[in-house]
Design a protein around this ligand. Structure first.
Ligand SMILES: [Zn+2]
Length: 74
């Protein structure tokens, strides 16, 4: 079952420097609209396959299509 993280977290954009930030409260919003945790321990991927992760790290095929967000629990 897929959980919409937007129903759990309030997301704020992060000022992006060069590399994508990562951390426990950092999430990646892909251009396809899906949000994936930057340090996902469960297997996770967005629907277009650009962002895929698991076991504590996430890889992005095209980082320029990803927007880092900071998530706070609602
Ligand atoms: Zn995607």
């Amino acid at each position: 079952m897929k959980i919409d993280l937007r129903s759990i977290y309030r997301f704020h954009p992060i000022d992006q420097s060069d590399a994508l930030p990562s951390g426990g409260d950092v999430y990646y919003e892909c251009e396809c609209g899906d949000i994936v945790s930057s340090v996902s321990f469960v297997k996770a991927a967005c629907k277009c396959g650009n962002v895929a992760g698991g076991q504590g790290s996430v890889t992005t095929q095209s980082p320029e299509k990803v927007k880092p967000l900071r998530g706070k629990l609602r």
